[in-house]
Design a binder for this molecule. Structure first.
Ligand code: MSP
Length: 517
């Protein structure tokens, strides 16, 4: 069976409401998933929730709620959020599900049986907020720990450790030999720098039950639960295993996965934020090697959003609520802004003013205007009937399609949108240059007017195809206004000449109404 193209997002902690950063990552993954499908690949797109750990337990307790009931309640919000963003995920993982827990336990049993785990007493510091152990090395020059760790407690306890110490060199060699494994390059260099300049400490993968009960019990010692990161990373294979991935047969502890299903692992791309790179580029590969599994093909690491140049924070109220923006402006306006504003890699800055500017210039005056004037003129001058095909803009449109395809294959989403907008702008300039409103006044220019109207309508159709991964709702609306059946979800439909002569298009309806601000 052919392997499906498998894309994942990080799974979000369930202790709060979704914000701009979560939305951004999911939209990146969705565009990549849609683009691959459009290009003819079979895709599996996974997103979901990270529900274990002390943070979740504490938040639930602070609201006097049963932890599972609290997770169930929030999970509904997050699932609604996924629909709001118009994501095409094939599954939604929750780490409290039986199918996930079974796989985590199978992984733990495997690494334990193969000598990767041992027990020892740990003395040191612990950050609940980051669910991580800290050492003296983590202190800042003034002796304190970074405030990002929240309250740091000192503790001594027996725990299980996963061996990392002898794993450093092969990982360095692997990352050096596979430049595309961590992208962008500066993130790859960051990982290499970390690995070359530090000695890996073995990873504590358990938490004693009396301190933390909200986790997956270790299969070899039920007095302990699994460290939340060991649990969370496994989601990338637990769901494929639950679907019956043949590569994961040995880990299919879940009874529902008796039969072989689609081949998914290894993931083609894990999309993650820069803050969780170490977990994905160091711990996860070592876990996979210990499990005898291949590594994911790529970690694609995005930057962090700020708002108005400041860290987003619930306490100061400096946040962007994606749901409110979508309710006011539409999901595609939101998708467009985040994708067009920020390349995958650097940090970004949201301002309401730049959101409005992009909405007005690129969407309302750019794409929206092009479709509206094209269809309005076709209606005014040709009763909405498509004239004889003409290829004046064909070469340019085909060039844009070819280059867009190449950019999509490299996951260069911002560059692809910029490329697509060269065609939007070309269409609008074409109107200014050919002046159809003048041609219409002179019956001798009827043929020329036919040609212009064809080129405009066909350019809109090609744009709908190219835009499908990014702005699916808009793309579908363009197809509907062109009175074409279905949705433009096949890239090959971008070939010039799809609109047949004599086809009757529908009424123009503004795609992005201008807003008085
Ligand atoms: N639960 C872990 C991930 C486990 S993956 C096996 C986690 N959750 S999180 O909710 O804190 O973050 C989820 C994702 O959102 C991360 O990739 C993180 O980088 C991203 N973002 C959180 N805030 C962000 C911004 N302000 N901007 C962009 N992305 C950010 O970490």
């Amino acid at each position: 069976m052919n392997k499906r193209w498998y894309v994942t997002t990080a799974i979000d902690y369930v202790n709060g409401q979704p914000h701009l950063g979560h939305a951004y990552e999911k939209i990146l993954a969705d565009v990549i998933a849609r683009a691959r499908r459009s290009l003819g690949q079979e895709v599996f797109f996974l997103t979901g929730l990270d529900e274990h750990g002390q943070k979740v337990e504490q938040t639930a307790a602070s609201q006097q709620k049963d932890t599972q009931a609290y997770c169930d309640e929030l999970a509904e919000n997050w699932k609604a959020f996924v629909r709001k963003l118009n994501l095409t995920n094939d599954d939604f993982v929750r780490t409290t599900e039986a199918r996930h827990k079974a796989c985590v336990q199978a992984c733990l049993a495997h690494v334990n049986a193969h000598g990767h785990v041992y027990r020892k007493t740990y003395r040191g510091f612990y950050s609940t907020k980051e669910e991580t152990f800290l050492t003296e090395k983590d202190r800042r020059p003034d002796g304190t720990f970074d405030p990002a760790y929240g309250e740091v407690i000192e503790l001594e306890e027996e725990n299980y450790f996963f061996r990392l110490q002898d794993q450093q060199q092969w990982l360095i060699d692997y990352i050096e030999a596979n430049p595309s494994f961590v992208q962008p390059d500066y993130r790859r260099n960051e990982v290499l720098g970390f690995l070359r300049n530090n000695t890996l400490e073995d990873l504590c993968i358990s938490r004693p039950r009396e301190r933390l009960s909200w986790g997956i019990p270790l299969p070899f010692d039920d007095q302990y639960v699994t460290y939340v990161w060991f649990d969370a990373l496994v989601n990338y294979i637990s769901i494929p295993a639950a679907h019956g991935d043949p590569a994961l047969r040995a880990l299919r502890g879940f009874e529902g996965a008796a039969n072989d299903g689609p081949a998914l692992w290894p993931a083609d791309v894990h999309i993650i934020g820069k803050d969780i790179l170490k977990f994905h580029a160091v711990y996860w590969p070592i876990m996979l090697k210990a499990l005898g599994l291949p590594l994911p093909r790529q970690l694609l690491v995005h930057g962090w959003w700020q708002k108005d140049g400041q860290k987003m924070s619930k306490t100061t109220g400096n946040v962007v609520d994606p749901v409110a923006v979508i309710d006011e402006w539409g999901v595609d306006a939101f998708r467009f802004y985040v994708l067009r504003e920020l390349d995958i890699g650097p940090d970004g800055n949201w301002t309401d003013a730049s959101f409005r500017d992009r909405y007005t210039s690129a969407l309302a005056n750019g794409l929206g205007n092009l479709l509206n004037r094209s269809l309005s003129m076709l209606r005014a001058y040709r009763q909405s009937i498509v004239p004889e095909p003409s290829g004046e803009l064909s070469a340019e449109a085909q060039q844009v399609a070819t280059e867009t395809r190449a950019l999509l294959e490299e996951n260069r989403l911002q560059a692809a949108l910029q490329k697509i907008w060269t065609l939007v702008d070309r269409g609008n300039v074409y109107v200014e240059q050919t002046k159809p409103f003048k041609l219409a006044k002179d019956p001798a220019q009827a043929k020329q007017l036919d040609a212009v109207l064809y080129n405009l309508a066909e350019t809109c159709r090609v744009l709908a195809v190219l835009l499908w991964p990014f702005l699916p709702e808009t793309s579908a609306k363009i197809y509907a206004q062109l009175n074409l059946p279905g949705v433009p979800d096949r890239f090959e439909a971008a070939a010039w000449g799809g609109l047949p002569k004599g086809h009757n298009v529908a009424q123009p309806v503004p795609l992005f109404p201008r807003k008085d601000t």
